[in-house]
Design a protein around this ligand. Structure first.
Ligand code: GRF
Length: 202
């Protein structure tokens, strides 16, 4: 399967996806054919270039509306022959139209155990709630933010006197395992998104 990855920043999840897909022994069943960032000059773009993966910068600021920006994203992905889109720290909310167009083929990673702690600052929310564990979730994207059928979750402990930074790093390590596994499940046909918006295990 041909994968497009959308990023906005450091791209450590992108790096995990690159490493996994470029290692034939891991049998992910997918290759990354395009990386798009809405920010120029970010570390994630350097990671893609180092791996000889084509990159594109599409700045949302160059478009009059969310619809116009998403239409341009969509066109770039289609013209690269992308089958599956991974959101790896992509900090823009996508329109319902875009999400519908990639239904069952659009994955996101969130730094908490959904449905707990949706939205931004999920790590701080978990600490402030006094939770003793948090983790990450890879899920199919639905129109509502951080909603959609859950594919893979990984749990990490929250330590006594934990800091947001330390928890963020611990969760990222979990994401780097979970995201390639979720991609593999979809790319190798082990799962699909059912008509009832639940995971169908095949
Ligand atoms: C990750 O923690 C992800 O859960 C969130 O954004 C972060 C991206 O980090 N959506 P990176 O750019 O992959 O390092």
């Amino acid at each position: 399967k041909r994968v497009g990855v959308l990023i906005s920043g450091s791209g450590t999840n992108l790096q995990a996806l690159i490493d996994a897909t470029q290692d034939p022994s891991r049998r992910i069943g997918a290759e990354i054919v395009l990386v798009i960032s809405n920010n120029a000059g970010v570390e994630g773009l350097t990671r893609a270039q180092r791996a000889n993966i084509p990159t594109k910068v599409l700045s949302h600021k160059d478009y009059p509306s969310r619809q116009a920006f998403d239409a341009s994203l969509h066109a770039s992905l289609v013209s690269a022959g992308v089958d599956i889109v991974c959101l790896a720290g992509f900090m823009r909310i996508l329109t319902g139209e875009f999400v519908k167009g990639w239904r069952g083929r659009l994955l996101n990673v969130h730094p908490a155990l959904l449905p707990s702690f949706k939205g931004t600052h999920a790590q701080r929310q978990a600490i402030e709630a006094g939770a003793r564990v948090s983790g990450c979730t890879v899920h199919f994207v639905e129109e509502a933010v951080d909603a959609g059928a859950i594919i893979v979750q990984e749990v990490v402990p929250i330590e006594a006197n934990d800091t947001v930074d330390a928890l963020t790093e611990r969760i990222k390590l979990a994401e780097h395992k979970a995201f390639p596994r979720a991609l593999q499940l979809l790319a190798t046909g082990k799962i699909e998104l059912g008509d009832d918006n639940r995971i169908k295990w095949l």
